[in-house]
Design a protein around this ligand. Sequence first.
Ligand code: KG4
Ligand code: ZN
Length: 344
Amino acid sequence: MKTVLGIETSCDDTSICILTDTGKFPKILAHKSFTQEEILKSWGGVVPEIAARNHLEKLVPLLKSAFQEANLKPTNIDLIGVTTTPGLLGPLLTGLNSAKTLSLMFKKPIRAVNHLFAHLEAIHLDQEVSYPYLGLLISGGHTAFLWVTNPTDFKIIGSTIDDAAGEAFDKGGKLMNLGYPAGRLVDNLSKDGNPEAFTFPIGLKSSADCRFSFSGLKTALRVQIDKQPSMIDKPNPDLCASYQKAIVDALLLKTRYAVKKIKEDYGILDFPIVLGGGVACNSEIRKRFKEKYNNAVFVKPEFCTDNGAMIANYALRTFDQKIDFPESLSLDSRGRFLDKKDFN
Ligand code: KG4
Ligand code: ZN
């Protein structure tokens, strides 16, 4: 039996998970999280230093309560997985230093985890999905297609050139006076709205490629609101539904190109499409992708937004890979996603 500890602190969620490989899917023994959503609401978004300070305060108590709930001690752990890229520097440092301390004190191996890969691989926490698959990662910080052939081989085949889908939801929600983060609120309000009430642009619509652009959408929303400021005096379901539709339309349009590209470049005609990351919780995205693609699968909502289970799960899935040395392990706040050499 393998027992893995996962530590996630890349942004505004402090999350710890202990799981084992017993059973068909990983068995979660403890999963303890603290989200800073309420604290950051008053700031209108993530403030890196405040986020880091909160991780510092919450991490050790969460670790203690996770071990307590799992009825285990650090000596029982076989591997420690910790997010080292990408993310905010201060928050990442908090998690990494805790992981290093545990690793060195209890002589446990450590796995540096790429947060983005972990988001997609979280599909395996409760579903059987075969490789290769096309991953659509839609989160607050990233929006990209990845061709995934095994738990360590991720090829980026397209990405956003400006905002991420989650940013489009959050910044749009801010313009609509809905507060932060707005994705879930826009999703819920849209259920009572008419998606045809307003027309919003789809970024890079005429480019037959896998790139996204969401910054024009935000500007179009601002222009719309400036024309009639009273439209946001109270939550406006029609505005939300129309705005959300433009995001979902963009995701579907670009998925069509991504599928075509995979077929052309790799000659593979049949593969699952895995949607992960916080925005993959969105009910309209799930509905419309299911309607269009019977091979679309979705990370379970509780594992979509940042969580420790996806980090522990990723460490478990790469258990047999060469381990990372705690003494010299560093982090990469920007992440390889921004490294142009990874694009083809
Ligand atoms: O994956 P995540 O927790 O953090 C990053 O790694 O960035 O994603 C957070 C994002 C936020 O932008 C939030 O507004 C969005 O996920 N989100 C949603 C929904 N739930 C969370 N967006 C649209 N619809 C939702 N239901
Ligand atoms: Zn994330």
